[in-house]
Design a binder for this molecule. Structure first.
Ligand code: NAD
Ligand code: UD1
Length: 339
């Protein structure tokens, strides 16, 4: 199949490129490189020995997107492109709604014009907000509490309306839990441009000596060791979930929603210990106050994806940390200025 990946140069997109190319799919990437580097695409090609067709384009440029669809016989789209920082979304809500929602509207209008109606969308466990019951399944109430999370929920609703207006659209809404780790080659991985907001890239930079210590946001939660508990999922497991979702759409699935998580929660201190084991490096940390907007515990019930996609996350936290460390230690400056 010819598969278009929006945001395919980013963290999850680049790993998904590898999985798709290894399954002999043709991959076309559209990315404006606002949060990624072309170097990631070069490395995907080096890992797989296959070509990626790359367009540096903004999704909101509808004529530009139209030209890409005219020049490539696209069968399905995986829509990763979007802005993803919670803190930034609180400070700049219009940029977040503008980019994430208008980008999706532009993409879908071009897809409709070209009769391409198979779409996988990157949603997030953040749509559940603070889940009343864990593990959270797909029927849990959705009530995100920041503009980033609301942009994901609004897009889910727009895509649901689109499907209802024309039942020939096949759409998979994938709610990712906490993606971490890297390709085992260590050649691609997560490369935040600023000081990382998320736990794993922060720990990795402490281990490699780029940051001096980790701030642990609160040890007074109602969890076994008092620190926040999350469902960390290896990015390669997540990437494989996209392949399974595409296979599902090919059966004329209609609209489907799946949690992609492991079903297991680990605390901040458990992740610090696992990273220390994997890297052999000290991870100095200090306990500080809670981060506003954080929840105590969030992990998935991923059994629907297990039943309907035949997909289960296979990699544990030791492998997640070992692969994250491989990437970080081989690329202490990330992709650098090479792209
Ligand atoms: P990322 O920032 O690494 O990748 C997103 C890519 O989209 C980047 O390469 C960026 O340059 C591109 N992009 C953004 N706006 C664009 C636009 N208007 N036109 C073209 N390209 C554009 O992020 P990621 O971690 O790979 O996340 C991928 C998707 O998954 C995002 O939609 C994100 O919200 C979602 N998600 C991520 C996580 C996570 O923890 N990483 C969790 C849940 C959901
Ligand atoms: C965050 C976002 C969420 C987004 C997800 C994936 C917030 C409030 N939530 O989720 O919307 O979908 O990232 O990108 O930002 N922690 C520390 N020190 C740090 C960083 C994190 O102790 O320097 C703790 C957090 O308090 C939390 C855990 O580590 O308990 C995981 O944090 P993080 O990786 O940021 O993910 P989430 O908070 O789950």
């Amino acid at each position: 199949m010819n598969i278009l990946l929006t945001g395919g140069a980013g963290y999850i997109g680049s790993h998904t490129c590898v999985v798709l190319l290894e399954k002999e799919h043709h991959v076309i990437v559209v990315d404006n490189l606002c949060n990624s580097k072309f170097e990631a695409i070069k490395r995907v090609e080096a890992i797989t020995g296959k070509k990626v067709i790359f367009y540096q384009e903004d999704l909101r440029n509808t004529p530009g997107m139209d030209a890409i669809f005219r020049n490539n016989a696209i069968n399905a789209v995986i829509h990763f492109a979007g802005l993803k920082s919670v803190a930034e979304s609180v400070a700049r809500p219009l940029d977040y709604y503008g980019n994430n929602i208008n980008g999706t509207l532009s993409l879908c209008s071009v897809m409709a014009a070209h009769g391409v109606k198979n779409l996988v969308f990157s949603s997030s466990a953040t749509v559940y907000g603070d889940p009343e019951v864990v593990p959270a399944d797909e029927t849990a109430p959705v009530r995100p509490f920041n503009p980033y999370g609301r942009s994901k929920l609004f897009i889910e609703e727009i895509l649901t309306d689109l499907h209802h207006s024309d039942l020939s659209w096949n759409i998979a809404l994938l709610r990712y839990f906490n993606p971490v780790g890297a390709h085992p080659s260590g050649r691609i991985g997560e490369d935040p441009s600023d000081i990382p907001n998320n736990l794993m890239p922060y720990i990795a930079r402490v281990a490699v000596g780029r940051l001096s210590e980790l701030n642990v946001y609160g040890d007074d939660y109602d969890t076994p060791d008092g620190t926040g508990v999350r469902d960390y999922i290896h990015v390669m497991d997540l990437a494989e979930g996209h392949l399974k979702a595409l296979e599902k759409l090919a059966t004329n699935s209609g609209l489907v929603t799946y949690n992609l998580g492991t079903g297991k929660g680990f605390s901040v201190l458990e992740m610090v210990a696992a990273f220390k084991r994997a890297s052999g490096k000290p991870i100095p940390y200090k306990i500080v106050g809670r981060r506003p907007g954080d929840v105590a515990t969030c992990y998935a019930n991923p059994s629907l994806a297990g039943r309907e996609l035949c997909w289960t996350a296979r990699r544990g936290i030791d492998e997640m940390c070992a692969d994250a460390w491989q990437w970080q230690s081989m690329n202490p400056g990330g992709y650098g200025e090479t792209g």
